[in-house]
Design a binder for this molecule. Structure first.
Ligand SMILES: [Zn+2]
Length: 76
């Protein structure tokens, strides 16, 4: 029974992760500003608000990691 709950929780976490990942390519990992203009190209990210510049993939990974931390905090 416990493993089933864990399995369901895992599946739900995955779904949430997918939804949350939708706009990560446009969101600044530094200030949270989200705009399509932030994404200069497939690999280049430059925030129009705070001018934070990073590799687009790296920036998205930081945004996702940050959201995971926030979700964990909210559950407590
Ligand atoms: Zn920014």
């Amino acid at each position: 029974m416990e493993s089933y709950v864990k399995y369901k929780a895992k599946r739900e976490a995955k779904a949430v992760f997918k939804v949350n990942a939708a706009y990560t390519s446009q969101e600044c990992a530094n200030c949270g500003h989200t705009h399509s203009a932030n994404r200069r190209s497939q690999s280049e990210f430059v925030c129009v608000s705070c001018h934070h510049a990073d590799n687009a993939g790296k920036n998205a990974a930081r945004v996702i990691a940050k959201r995971h931390l926030l979700m964990k905090r909210q559950k407590r």
